[in-house]
Design a protein around this ligand. Sequence first.
Ligand SMILES: [Zn+2]
Length: 145
Amino acid sequence: MQHMDDRRPDRQTSKENTADKKPAREIQWSFDRNFQGWTCSQCEWNYPVPTLLNDPEAKNAYDRLASAKFREHKCADHPTRMTGVGPESFTSRIRKMVAHGYKPKDAVDLVVQEVAIEYPNQPKILDQARAEGEDFLRRLRAGLI
Ligand SMILES: [Zn+2]
């Protein structure tokens, strides 16, 4: 008897189910002094955020485009990512907490609180964490993540 449980949902466009299956690669938000935007966890593919993107609708459009480009790219066409994407972004911390069962809003609040403790006199970093939290909730509302 042939089992059909080996089918891989390569073309699946619906909400991805990451609960029971670890994806080979992940789109990751990252930022540092020189770069802010989406990156691939496996290769050097990236999609920098345009400067002065303030309108939420424009941000949603950018995120949508980035996620489409991410799905299309082939890791083999880009250099392998040798190291991590730098310091873990606040977005990925929030995502991890949500993956562990926190409500998105609570996860954002907790990460912002943690950041306030970790970086006591660095309001810029705290602003960044808040901004990433807002972006995270916006993406969630827009159905982007
Ligand atoms: Zn890649």
